[in-house]
Design a binder for this molecule. Structure first.
Ligand SMILES: [Ca+2]
Ligand SMILES: [Ca+2]
Ligand SMILES: [Ca+2]
Ligand SMILES: [Ca+2]
Length: 393
């Protein structure tokens, strides 16, 4: 298309010198800035008509003349005698724009109509045209007597999309969410906004934030929220703990066929929030101790006498942390003799002793290893492992 656009003026170069329209060479293509439009877009139109550059020193105009009019319309509504003006005194290129005003519809689901359908204006700007969802806009120019040039462009709605700008979300950090739905560019000359619903495992009701259009006619919207593990949800702040799934939802009320005009569709995405504390630094695991059944510390061990293995963990975070603490005992051959675990939850900064008993059956050297994971189902280490060696007499 671009190549075509550049070549045509060269071919028609002799026509620039014409002082009256050259009816014998009625080549005058009509271009639009997009191949398909949504219901509330602005259409920028260009007509290449060098033979209508009747004065090389003046900005000429076309379309507003009853004999050679430009009509912009749908099957229902139209703007007649719409004026296009030359881009400079001697270009032979004529432009105009028209703003589509859609039809009466509640585009965001709040119960109120969001459009102002109207058909009015004379060009080259500030013209408004009502359009239906699945219609088309036709631009026709009576270039010469009996010669009408026509260009049609389709109108359609789009299914929106939603995404987090970053794949990994961090605690106490701001998070950006992008929604793309050209249909919600309701005013192509101002920033529009849309509602975005956000919720977490820890706050299933969540919050509703505004996505703001990135430029006046982009149809792309960015919303920002802060994840907080310390404060309840409010405004743009969402309460969420590390490990939570964070969901973002946009309710699209402007759907293309085969949906009906009154249908709506939840467009949803989610991400998992990671802790801003590195995984293995969430808890500190202190050295293991051993004690008898009366909680007295011991350092000698005998076969067939039960003793306690005591681990200590400390939560380094300002918030709760679930854990599973595993004790594993291996013999001198590196075979596992015993494995057992304790599950629980630590409050902010809490230190806790966890213990399991074990009765050695044979004398020998044993290695006790402890691991701390998120859970049995999610074996992400949340502290470094701790080792101890014991000798059973
Ligand atoms: Ca001119
Ligand atoms: Ca509405
Ligand atoms: Ca806009
Ligand atoms: Ca849509």
């Amino acid at each position: 298309m671009r190549l075509f656009f550049l070549l045509i003026p060269l071919i028609l170069l002799p026509a620039y010198a014409e002082s009256i329209p050259n009816y014998n060479d009625p080549y005058s293509p009509i271009f639009t800035d997009k191949p398909v439009y949504t219901w509330t877009d602005k259409i920028k139109m260009t007509i290449l008509a060098p033979s209508w550059n009747t004065n090389n020193n003046l900005i000429d105009s076309i379309g507003d003349d009853a004999d050679h009019s430009i009509k912009i319309g749908t099957s229902e509504n139209s703007l007649k005698r719409y004026k296009f003006t030359e881009t400079n005194v001697n270009s032979g290129i004529f432009t105009a724009e028209v703003i589509l005003t859609g039809f009466a519809h509640d585009a965001n689901g709040d119960g109120n109509i969001d459009t102002m359908p109207r058909t009015t204006g004379n060009g080259p700007t500030s013209g408004f045209l009502e359009v239906d969802r699945d219609s088309s806009v036709t631009i026709s120019f009576e270039f010469a007597d009996g010669v009408v040039l026509v260009k049609s462009v389709p109108i359609s709605w789009n299914v929106g999309s939603i995404s987090f700008l970053k794949e990994i979300l961090l605690s106490n950090a701001s998070v950006m969410i992008r929604v793309v739905d050209p249909d919600m560019n309701l005013n192509p000359e101002a920033l529009d906004h849309i509602p975005i619903h956000l919720f977490s495992d820890s706050d299933s009701a969540g919050i509703e934030i505004e996505g703001i259009e990135t430029s006046e006619s982009s149809g792309s919207f960015i919303g920002t929220m802060i994840l907080s593990q310390d404060s309840p949800s409010s405004g743009n702040r969402l309460y969420a703990l590390p490990g939570d799934k964070i969901s973002a939802k946009y309710d699209d009320h402007t759907l293309p066929k085969p949906f009906s005009k009154s249908d709506h569709l939840q467009i949803e995405t989610f991400s998992v929030i990671d802790s801003s504390v590195p995984s293995t630094e969430r808890l500190t695991s202190l050295p293991i101790n051993f004690s008898d059944s009366f909680t007295n510390k011991i350092d000698s061990f005998s076969t067939n006498i039960q003793f306690q293995m005591v681990g200590t963990i400390q939560n380094n975070q300002e918030y709760k942390q679930k854990f599973v603490y595993l004790f594993q005992v291996k013999n001198a051959d590196n075979s596992v003799e015993s494995i057992s675990w304790v599950q629980g939850e630590l409050s902010s900064k809490q230190r806790l002793d966890v213990s399991q008993s074990w009765t050695p059956k044979k004398s020998g050297t044993y290695n006790v290893e402890t691991f701390v994971w998120n859970s049995i189902n999610d074996p992400t280490p949340i502290s470094n492992p701790v080792y101890a060696s014991i000798t059973v007499e």
